[in-house]
Design a protein. Structure first.
Lengths: 153, 153, 153, 153, 153
């Protein structure tokens, strides 16, 4: 059975991991292993450990704040997640929601829920249906909100 | 036969990979293997996997948005692509088109189509005609738009 | 017995390491090893050495200044700490307090003391009670100040 | 015989590599191997390949544009060149000229020519006369323009 | 006998390495090996070579200019120095003085001299008296200028 690692933070203000796990369970039969770390900069090593321990793919959830320093932290975490992938040759799907992406707390929660679920579908496709992703190539998909769609010529 | 890996995203709004594959097929006889990932930060590990599996070179296509955070994502993806190259000793030709590089959707689509095709020619040269690249050294080539040309003294 | 490495700087203006060690000693029975380096950019290699020498986790304390160049130094240190974790597969809990996070010296000292202690509790949980962290996942924890709490829908 | 690798781009608008090779040939007897890639982000892996294939040092030439995104590309290329050096334990002398370093095309061409030649002299010194570099330590050398000179106390 | 590697640049406008070596010689009996490279981006690989060749620690001296691009170069050099440390498990003490840190050339020269000497003392402590650094932990030490001191509560 395919194994999906999940790592999220106590810093985030929404249980995105829970939403993603629920979505995954509806889509396919996978073994899920979940870990939680304090903040987004703690995600890369925990994601790498999950991959080294045999998970086929990892989802990494984070919710950076709205200040410039939060953007910097997210940047560092993202680079770490990319390095962890290059060291393991496996995907880590980064699911970050920035505090300034929505106008209200409620809207932000909806965005977080939807993005988590849509990225769970991406994980499902990467594991079981890669040809579905290629059908969607260049079509302007956006996780959590309305798709941008393909460019009109 | 030389093998060319292709990786693109569902986030992009134009099928640059399709254009590049078409161009490559006109230029030379190569085996093409295509993969699609959700976004540009997923490109580095997929490109590395394609190289590790025996491809001689990879083209990585992405279309980052126009916001500062999109520039940051592109920066992270670019660093990952450079690291993947250093780990494999093979080229990954990054073909990124930024959403703010053109004034209209139509213009952006034309730019994407042309840049993809011109970089396919670069891949052809790197694989089969490296001396053609040296003839073009320092001549101000620009992929997808008018060349800048050499400096006039 | 679990071993916790501690590394801090002479540049910082508060003994955060002392506070964290005190907190750790109240929470659990661990062996603590402390090292001090001049500034935050010296933290990554010292943290890696502590991990290579057998410590199970490291806490890295720093107090960057308020200027743009200080933010850049903190960024470099953070990236180094993330790389050190990926090379050792162990956590380094970064405890940074920025000089511009508080309005007075007194407030900054209180923040540093509290953040150090709260992160010591994170270290305790990572070592002995990982399930407590998952109970806190997505709840908006903030180390050193009032928690943001979960988003209200 | 010492071997010097040369890598430049078709993006650049001046044949800096040609100038550097001419200068090197006047200074010493070395074997030169030249490669050309499309843009500056393609330099790191090609430089690494040249070093892995036995070159003692590499010169990497690039001419980034004047836009913020060009500065970002140069930053990525520079980091890649530094990583390539750390992986090979050999020097890569980066010779970048930014499009906004001069007021006219002519002035930019002169700067590019002179910087390439002065860095060729640095390569010569690194290979054959390291003690000459130490004599110049702290003297404010500037490649391609007037030297800043040592600070007056 | 402990061995200290020294690497500086011809770009810098003050002989910081000379000052540091003088200070080291007064403090302890160590073997010093000095190398000079053109600019700060050449420091990381030379520092790594000095460490690989058996030096116990390295001091890396640089004096970046005042322009944004100079800050970017310093950032790249700093990241390279951190990576070099992680690859060798040894300290590289970075001694950078920015051209805009002082109001006059004379003031800048004094700062460079003093910072070099104070960091030489840090090297001495790291090699022979690490417990002295821990006594100074959190006390707001500043190399080259007046110390900030510990925070008052």
């Amino acid at each position: 059975m395919k194994r999906v690692g999940i790592v999220d933070t106590t810093f985030a203000r929404y249980d995105m991991a829970g939403a993603a796990i629920d979505e995954l369970k509806q889509l396919c039969n996978v073994k899920v292993e979940r870990r939680t770390v304090p903040g987004i900069k703690d995600l890369p090593v925990e994601a790498k450990r999950l991959l080294d321990e045999g998970n086929d793919i990892v989802m990494a959830f984070g919710m950076p704040g709205a200040e410039p320093i939060d953007k910097q932290c997210a940047h560092e975490a993202s680079l770490g997640l990319i390095m962890a992938q290059l060291l393991t040759n496996k995907h880590i799907i980064e699911v970050f929601v920035f505090a300034d992406e929505a106008k209200s707390e409620k809207e932000l929660a909806v965005l977080a829920e939807n993005r988590a679920r849509e990225h769970a579908r991406n994980v499902y496709r990467l594991l079981f249906k890669p040809e579905e992703l290629t059908k969607l190539a260049g079509t302007g998909q956006r996780e959590g909100g309305p798709d941008a769609g393909p460019l009109r010529r």
